[in-house]
Ligand binder design. Structure first.
Ligand code: NAD
Length: 718
């Protein structure tokens, strides 16, 4: 079965994209060849007056088939370049509408009729057409998300969009991968018009019938064309390109070859004629695709993330466990957040707290919080109202009756938790019960429910509405039904689950705490706090360890330290960290919420700089930036390996997805395990051993890493 088929109505050739066996069209090499044959045939056929490129599916296309990228990469740089140039040649034939001035053959109009979402190469194909008409629809998104998986638009999209909109206006789409709904896409100039879905093809045909010859020549193919917003050597262009370069390098710290390649392609392309610009785009794209960053990011952020979302580790044979009615205990920050995302996913929610008033107040805070989002235009008022309607504050545990799932998010106190869990188990005998605890062992809490096989951890991250990762924690006795229920619930929320086994701090917190602690240790050693923060950012961490502890609060750090010390006794390894944190907490420097922590803050809560008091307390010592960086990186990576070794993680895949989505671990690397593969286990083990000799056993390479170093094994096949 082909990916494309064609028919003719009143002289207009309709090319339908319809990849068999897939809900969303993707572009692969066979499909591309079919499309080329159909386009060339239609352009050459004198009976055809115009072409509509559309889809037989509810959406237009999701972009390149990512599996095709591995095929392309296997061809080596020359093969990649040739493949990309062949694609450019086809899109250029579409763009010229088959015109041949020498033979006196005029251009034929080609319209892209987008039935729904058009992303990546799907939208790049549309950009080559003479007119882009998008069908309206609530879920439709249009744009170029390639940058999010370490690539940039390489099918002419970079060159075309920067010329269509100007470099400045194209930046949010090219550099950030922003996707827009049809009306916004039209306002931003991504599409030419929006039509009701039922009228889409009629509009396309009508445009073909009324198109004038000038409509069939792209602006950049006309004489005297100038880049909108200014070419690089113009006063406006100078501002744009210098500013963009500074902004991109500041944000990416040079960690992302795709951002650099994209900027270079736009800048260099803007200085030369269109066809040369396409060659330049193809060269930079080839370099980016052969860099290991793209491969690692595609694997972790696309392929593996999608596999986990689609239930790769869901227990076999479990029926659909989708949640219709959710109970949430604790209407605080996390409980209210969980109630909100569930309600937004269409689930009826009962929210209870210690009193009916507290539950109502939790819901009222959600109304207030979303009010600001509505005012800023980030949230549609009607949709917000419909979602919050689904949240009913309950008077007490009896309100949980009939829930499929109950999630507990009360104070982090084992006694309080045990009490509410027992009440929930009695009130909702059919429900699976879950805890959102971040530190208490799930297997211990299970006893209170009297049905440990239907109890587990569903650990959300804060803020719940923003964070994509959810850790599903299997207690010692947790059964398949509970795991399936949690995974089906996470899928309803459109979040990404990883399933981990029960152990202190589970997975993400287990790795992030050593990162924060290493930052604090460096400060205690007298390393300039600015160097600590900058070294972390140079690694591609979204926030430095000192900023992170200020955000999460220093008293929380102190509470976790006290609990860890109580649990580990004489083996407690973090006294050096406590020596910094405890006095700060005692002085009221609790972090952002107190307006004072490792940073100072102004009256509006904005950081004004690192607290100078640190220098007085910890005499300055010179330190090599590379060593600071390695300590901050390895302390996380080694902990991830230990989590795998200890069986907290079942597989590297979940560890990589969890690291990037859960705590922002250097996304360019594709995660700690992908980073070890890229660096080589032997090199990582040697570096760890050297750091252990200087800084202590927390850097000692775990046995698994040592074994991999000896055998040359990898976490992922080469
Ligand atoms: P919070 O203090 O904002 O909210 C706790 C809520 O529980 C309060 O509304 C309180 O009134 C209510 N509560 C206390 N006792 C109760 C009882 N007996 N019955 C019913 N309700 C009761 O706390 P939070 O930050 O939302 O944390 C809740 C849980 O989520 C904790 O277990 C915490 O470890 C976990 N968690 C927190 C974060 C975070 O970043 N804050 C992240 C992940 C998990």
């Amino acid at each position: 079965m082909p990916d494309f088929r064609a028919g003719t109505e009143d002289g207009i050739r309709i090319i339908l994209w319809d990849v068999p066996g897939r809900s969303m069209n993707v572009l692969g090499f066979e499909g591309l060849a079919e499309l080329a044959a159909l386009v060339d045939e239609a352009l050459a056929d004198p009976a055809v007056t115009g072409i509509v490129l559309t889809s037989a599916k509810p959406d237009f296309a999701g972009g390149m088939d990512l599996a095709a990228f591995s095929g392309l990469r296997a061809r080596g740089p020359a093969g990649i370049f040739a493949g990309v140039m062949a694609m450019h040649a086809l899109l250029r034939r579409i763009e010229r509408g088959g015109a041949d001035p020498a033979a006196g053959r005029p251009a034929k109009p080609v319209v892209a009729a987008l039935t729904g979402t058009a992303a990546g190469a799907g939208y790049e194909l549309a950009l080559a057409c003479h007119r882009i008409i998008a069908a309206d629809g609530a879920r439709v998104r249009i744009g170029l998300p390639e940058i999010r998986v370490g690539l940039f638009p390489g099918a002419g999209g970079t060159t075309r969009l920067s010329r269509r909109l100007g470099a400045m206006a194209a930046a949010p789409f090219l550099l950030e991968g922003r996707m827009l709904a049809p009306a916004e896409a039209q306002a931003a100039g991504l599409v030419d018009e929006v039509a009701p879905a039922a009228a889409l093809l009629d509009r396309a045909r009508e445009w073909i019938r009324t198109a004038r010859p000038a409509d069939l020549v792209k602006p950049w193919d006309t004489r005297g064309w100038k880049m909108p917003g200014g070419a690089p050597y113009s006063p406006e262009g100078f501002m744009t390109f210098v500013g963009a370069s500074a902004m991109v390098n500041g944000r990416t710290q040079g960690c992302y070859p795709a951002a650099r390649g994209l900027l270079a392609a736009v800048y260099e392309g803007a200085l030369v004629p269109f066809d040369v610009a396409l060659r330049i785009e193809a060269r930079h794209f080839t370099a980016v695709l052969t860099d290991p960053t793209a491969e690692a990011m595609i694997r972790t952020l696309f392929l593996n993330r999608e596999a986990l979302e689609k239930g790769a580790v869901r227990p076999a044979g479990e029926p659909d466990r989708s949640i219709r009615r959710l109970g949430v205990i604790g209407a605080g920050m996390m409980g209210a957040g969980i109630a909100r995302v569930a309600a937004e996913a269409g689930i009826a929610v009962v929210l209870i707290d210690s009193t009916p008033e507290a539950a109502a107040a939790g819901r009222a805070r959600l109304v207030a919080a979303t009010e600001a989002e509505v005012a800023r235009g980030k949230l549609d008022a009607a949709r917000r109202d419909a979602a919050l309607e689904r949240i009913t504050p309950g008077a007490g545990p009896a309100a949980l009756a009939g829930a499929d799932l109950v999630i507990e998010a009360v104070f982090e106190d084992p006694e309080v938790k045990a009490r509410v869990l027992a009440e929930a188990a009695a009130a909702a005998p059919e429900a699976v019960i879950a805890t959102n605890t971040s530190t208490l062992p799930v297997s211990g809490l299970a006893a209170a429910t009297g049905r440990a096989e239907r109890f587990l951890g569903i650990h959300f991250f804060s803020p719940v509405e923003k964070m994509a990762l959810v850790e599903v924690i299997r207690g010692r006795a947790t059964g398949a039904r509970a795991v399936a229920t949690a995974l089906d619930f996470v899928r309803q929320l459109r979040k990404t689950p990883i399933v981990v086994n029960d152990a202190r701090f589970f997975y993400a917190n287990r790795c992030i705490i050593p990162y924060v602690n290493e930052g604090v240790r460096l400060v205690a050693e007298g390393v300039a706090p600015a160097l600590v923060e900058n070294a972390a950012r140079a690694l591609g961490m979204p926030v430095g360890p000192l900023q992170l502890i200020d955000e999460t609060s220093i008293d929380l750090g102190v509470r976790i330290a006290r609990a860890t010390r109580a649990a580990t006794g004489a083996a407690y390894p973090d006294a050096a960290v406590d020596a910094v944190l405890f006095p700060m907490a005692a002085e009221g420097r609790l972090g952002r919420k107190a307006g004072a922590g490792f940073y100072d803050y102004d009256a509006r809560g904005r950081r004004t700089g690192l607290w100078p008091g640190l220098a007085a307390r910890f005499p300055r010592r010179e330190a090599a930036a590379a060593e600071v960086r390695d300590r901050l990186l390895l302390v996380q990576v080694l902990e991830a390996v230990r989590a795998l070794e200890a069986g907290v993680l079942d597989e590297a895949r979940a560890g990589d997805v969890g690291a990037v989505l859960g705590w922002g671990f250097a996304p360019w690397s594709g995660g700690p395990f992908a980073w070890i593969d890229r660096t080589g286990a032997a090199a990582v083990a040697a570096r760890a051993a050297a750091l252990a000799a200087r800084h202590g056993p927390r850097f000692a390479p775990p046995g698994r890493l040592v074994a991999m170093a000896a055998s040359g094994a990898r976490f992922y096949p080469d």
